[in-house]
Design a protein around this ligand. Structure first.
Ligand SMILES: CC(=O)N[C@H]1[C@@H](OP(=O)(O)OP(=O)(O)OC[C@H]2O[C@@H](n3ccc(=O)[nH]c3=O)[C@H](O)[C@@H]2O)O[C@H](CO)[C@@H](O)[C@@H]1O
Ligand SMILES: C=C(OP(=O)(O)O)C(=O)O
Length: 434
C-alpha cells in the first residue's frame, strides 16, 4: 500500500490542466467492443482504473496501439469469447466498476457475456438490477451463479423494447444504450441517466452509425442498426477533477487557474462551490480562483441553514460531495451535507474530526459542518483513504493543515486522479510518495 506524506499549510499557485474524464473513459473504452473497425480515442487519463480496463480489453483480444500520450487506437476485430471463461478474466473484471460496461456491447455483438460482481468504491450498496432489467427487456436471458456471478445470453439477438428504468443508473444506462444500438427495431429508454459521460457516449455511437434521439434528456429513442463502424473520440475534461481543484484552491487559500474546463458541460458544479462563498471567475474556458482568506456559506433566503445534496444529472453529482464537505470545514457558516445516493460515503468525516474539524455525522447520509472560518487550522494526522473521493478530500485537508499528515492507501486516489502528487507538487505542494 502506498502512502502520501504531506506537509501542509503552504498556499499553492499556478495553472493546472484537468485530465480526461475517468467515468466517461470507462464507457467509451467499452464501446470499442461494438465494432470490428478501428476506433481512435484521445485525452484518455493515465489512471489505474482506465489502465486496468485497457489491459482487460487487450487480454480479451482487442488490439490496443498507443499513438501518443493519452491517444490510443483500438480494434476489436478478433475478440476472444473463451477468455471470459478464464480465472484471469474474473479477477480483472472484478477489480473495477467500469468493467460492468462490457456487458451491453458483448451481449449485442456476440450474444453472450458473463461477469463477476464488479469492483469500485465500497461506498454502500451498488445494485446491478437496473442493468439486467434493461438487458432482459431487450431479450437477454440472465442466470445468476450465487449472488456474485452473472451470465447473460441472447442467442437469437436482441429486440428493441420500451422500458422505464427503475432508477437512472449511470453505468446501467450506458450498458442498455450500447446493447440497444445493435438490437432489432426501436428501443425507448425513459428515466435514462443523462450525465455528460452518457451524452458523450451517445454522440460517439451516432458517429459510429447508431441512431439515437433525445441525447442529453432522460428519454432516449434508439433505432437499432446491423453494424457499427469506426470513429474518433475525444474525452471531456474530468468535471470531478475540476471540482476537486476548485475545492483545493479555496481550502488552501491558493490562487489557481484551471485550464480548458469546457465550462458549458459543468452543470451545477461552479454554482455549488459559489454557494460556499468561493469566488470563481470564468476567463474564456479557464476557471480562475483567486487566493481567498475567507469564504462564507450562503443561507436560504429566509436565513435558514443551507443544504447541499446530490441528485441524478443535471443535479449535483454525488462524486463531489466529499470535496464540498471538506471545503466547508474552513468556511464561515454552517451547511448540511446530504449524500442521498450512497450510504457509506460520509464515514471519512471521523478523520476530519480528528484533524480538528467541526462536523456532526447525523446519520450515514447526513453531516452538519460548522465552518472554522480559517481562524483555527486543521492539524496533520495519519489516516487511510477509504475511497477515491474521500481520499482526495483528505488530501485537500492535509494540504491545508498545520504540520505533517500521512495518507495511506493512496491507490484509491490513483484510481481516478492522474499523477496527482506530481501535478500538485508543480503548484508548490509538499507531497512525498512513500
Ligand atoms: C464508473 C462510474 O461511472 N461510476 C459512477 C456511476 O456509478 P454507478 O453507475 O455504479 O452508479 P448508479 O448510477 O448505478 O447508482 C449510484 C447509486 O445511486 C442510487 N440511485 C441511482 C439513481 C437514482 O435515480 N436513484 C438512486 O438512488 C443507486 O441505487 C446507487 O446506490 O454513477 C455514480 C452516481 O452518479 C457515481 O457515483 C460513480 O462515480
Ligand atoms: C465512485 C466512483 O468510482 P467507481 O464507480 O469507479 O467506484 C467515483 O468515481 O467517484
Amino acid at each position: 500500500m502506498a502512502s502520501f506524506e504531506v506537509i501542509g499549510g503552504k498556499p499553492l499557485h499556478g495553472e493546472i490542466v484537468p485530465q480526461g474524464a475517468k467515468n466517461e473513459a470507462l464507457q467509451i473504452l467499452c464501446a470499442v467492443l461494438l465494432t470490428p473497425e478501428p476506433v481512435t480515442i484521445t485525452n484518455i487519463p493515465d489512471i489505474r482504473d482506465v489502465n486496468k480496463l485497457m489491459e482487460l480489453l487487450r487480454d480479451m483480444g482487442v488490439k490496443v496501439g498507443k499513438l501518443a500520450p493519452g491517444s490510443y487506437r483500438f480494434q476489436a476485430d478478433n475478440v476472444s469469447l473463451d477468455y471470459l471463461d478464464t480465472p484471469e478474466f474474473v479477477a480483472q473484471a472484478g477489480a473495477l466498476r467500469g468493467s460492468v460496461m462490457i456487458l451491453g456491447p458483448m451481449l449485442a455483438r456476440f450474444g453472450r457475456c458473463q461477469l463477476p460482481k464488479p469492483g469500485g468504491d465500497k461506498i454502500g450498496r451498488r445494485p446491478m438490477d437496473t442493468h439486467f432489467l434493461g438487458l432482459e427487456k431487450l431479450g437477454g436471458k440472465l442466470t445468476l451463479e450465487g449472488k456474485d456471478f452473472y451470465r447473460i445470453k441472447a442467442e437469437n439477438g436482441l429486440t428493441g423494447a420500451y422500458m422505464m428504468l427503475d432508477e437512472a443508473s449511470v453505468t446501467g444506462t450506458a450498458n442498455i444504450v450500447m446493447a440497444a444500438v445493435l438490437a432489432q427495431g426501436t428501443t425507448t429508454i425513459y428515466n435514462a441517466a443523462c450525465e455528460p459521460y452518457l451524452q458523450q457516449l451517445c454522440k460517439m455511437l451516432v458517429r459510429m452509425g447508431a441512431t439515437i434521439n433525445g441525447i442529453g434528456s432522460n428519454l432516449l429513442t434508439i433505432e437499432g442498426v446491423e453494424q457499427l463502424g469506426g470513429t474518433e473520440h475525444r474525452m471531456l475534461p474530468d468535471m470531478i477533477e475540476i471540482g476537486s481543484f476548485i475545492g483545493l484552491a479555496a481550502m488552501t487559500g491558493s490562487e489557481i487557474t484551471i485550464k480548458d474546463c469546457q465550462i458549458a458541460e459543468l452543470g451545477l458544479i461552479p454554482d455549488t462551490f459559489r454557494k460556499l462563498g468561493i469566488k470563481l471567475e470564468f476567463r474564456g474556458d479557464d476557471i480562475y480562483i483567486p487566493a481567498q482568506q475567507h469564504y462564507e456559506i450562503d443561507t436560504y433566503l429566509d436565513g435558514s441553514i443551507l443544504t447541499i445534496s446530490d441528485h441524478t444529472w443535471p443535479g449535483f453529482t454525488p462524486d463531489l460531495l466529499s470535496i464540498v464537505l471538506v471545503v466547508a470545514t474552513q468556511a464561515k457558516g454552517t451547511v448540511l451535507i446530504h449524500q442521498k445516493m450512497f450510504e457509506s460515503r460520509l464515514f471519512f468525516v471521523d478523520k476530519l474530526i480528528d484533524m480538528g474539524a467541526q462536523v456532526i455525522l447525523c446519520d450515514p447520509h447526513r453531516a452538519t459542518v460548522i465552518g472554522l472560518n480559517h481562524q483555527k487550522r486543521l492539524h496533520g494526522i495519519t489516516m487511510t483513504s477509504p475511497d477515491i473521493r474521500a481520499g482526495v478530500a483528505l488530501l485537500i485537508a492535509a494540504l491545508s493543515a498545520e504540520g505533517r499528515s500521512v495518507i495511506e492507501n493512496v491507490e484509491q486516489i490513483d484510481r481516478g486522479y492522474q499523477h496527482i502528487d506530481q501535478r500538485l507538487i508543480a503548484l508548490g505542494a509538499q507531497i512525498r510518495r512513500l
